[in-house]
Ligand binder design. Structure first.
Ligand SMILES: Cc1cc2nc3c(=O)[nH]c(=O)nc-3n(C[C@H](O)[C@H](O)[C@H](O)COP(=O)(O)O)c2cc1C
Length: 339
């Protein structure tokens, strides 16, 4: 069992922060499907202090998703500290600092995200400034270093710990690797051995049994999953079942279809129309994964902008697979009964 502030977590599986993916509806789904902690996508500190509507929208947390970490990014100490205070007011369980984003416009042009790895003094001023400014536990998500010639994760982890950071998520790549190559979990293990705060390993966990193996093989306190959860939102639940029973359960076609309709309702409630349907498109592949002949249903579903044809197409697909009766259509999407 590990403790972060008031949270007590037993070998947690965490949903990674992912821009345009880890929104409120997806976080809610991942929690329902077994994630122990979820993180928001990164939110611009500049946007937060300017009251930018899109940034404030990203702060919204639903009770069903907790515990939630709000992740912020930026390169100016005062701005980051002020943004952390604003994020704290939104009532998350954790404040997370992004020290890993490799994207040029963030890391190079503005020295934010992984760019902070190039300026350790400023990086630590931001981390200490935030730890001192907020009452909530502060976590950091970072990479191994800027490039292979400058791997700094062990040293940085010790600095974060000394500054009062309460947990660390490590994506096992350098900034220059972006998302290429393989995540190097040996560095994650070495870092875990060097600090006392909880360390969450991240990078390339795609299968439920692999998520569990990483605990044993690398000694981490938690495993954070990003792309693996887009490809398979059940990965958390399936990993836990594997931990209990040694068997990875399959998800039935009816469960898949019921869950995607449930997620769609939340997406529409949170984003309105047509945005809630359009932005849901990125999830069809994961939900319909491994279903026979899903490609034509998926191609149709990618076209719709309203929920009604989506429900109709999902039900037709269910009929084609012979599972129609078993799909639960949420009340919000059920056809109105004729008067
Ligand atoms: C679409 C996408 C968006 C991402 N956005 C963020 C982000 O906002 N903040 C962050 O710290 N990392 C972000 N990442 C990186 C992930 O959190 C994670 O570190 C990385 O994908 C490696 O883990 P994985 O192999 O489990 O996906 C993003 C990754 C993807 C694929």
């Amino acid at each position: 069992m590990i403790r972060i502030g008031n949270l007590a977590l037993d070998r947690p599986l965490l949903l990674a922060p992912m821009e345009d993916v880890s929104d409120q509806p997806f976080r809610l789904m991942c929690r329902r499907l077994g994630a122990d902690v979820v993180y928001t996508e990164f939110i611009s500190s500049e946007g937060l202090i300017r009251d930018a509507r899109v940034c404030l929208e990203k702060l919204k947390i639903a009770d069903g998703e907790r515990p939630t970490g709000i992740q912020i990014y930026g390169s100016e100490v005062d701005v980051m500290v002020e943004a952390a205070r604003i994020a704290e007011e939104a009532g998350p369980e954790l404040i997370d600092i992004n020290i890993g984003c490799p994207v040029k416009s963030v890391a190079c042009a503005h020295g934010a995200g992984a760019g902070l790895l190039q300026d350790p003094e400023k990086m630590m001023a931001i981390v200490s400034g935030i730890v001192n400014a907020v009452d909530l536990p502060v976590t950091v998500k970072t990479r191994l270093g800027w490039d292979h010639q400058s791997i700094s994760i062990v040293e940085n982890a010790r600095r974060f710990e000394d500054a009062g950071v309460e947990a660390l998520s490590i994506h096992g790549r350098t900034r220059s690797q972006q998302r290429k190559g393989e995540a190097d979990w040996d560095w994650i293990r070495r870092t875990k051995e060097a600090v006392s705060i909880p360390v969450f390993g991240n990078g390339d966990v795609k299968e439920p049994d692999d998520a569990i193996r990483r605990f044993h093989e690398y000694g981490v306190d938690g495993v954070m999953i990003g792309r693996g959860a887009i490809a398979d939102p059940w990965i958390f639940q399936r990993a836990k079942a594997y931990r209990e029973t040694g068997v990875v359960p399959e998800i039935t076609p009816a469960e898949r279809m019921s869950a995607c309709l449930e997620h769609l309702v939340m997406s529409v409630e949170f984003k309105g129309l047509p945005k809630g349907v359009i932005e849901f498109r990125k999830h069809w592949k994961g939900y319909l994964r491994e279903l026979p002949d899903a490609s034509s249903a998926r191609a149709d579903l990618m076209q719709f902008t309203e929920p009604e044809p989506v429900v109709e197409r999902v039900l037709t697909f269910a009929e084609e697979l012979g599972v129609e009766g078993a799909v639960t259509v949420p009340d919000e999407l059920a056809a109105p009964v004729a008067a």
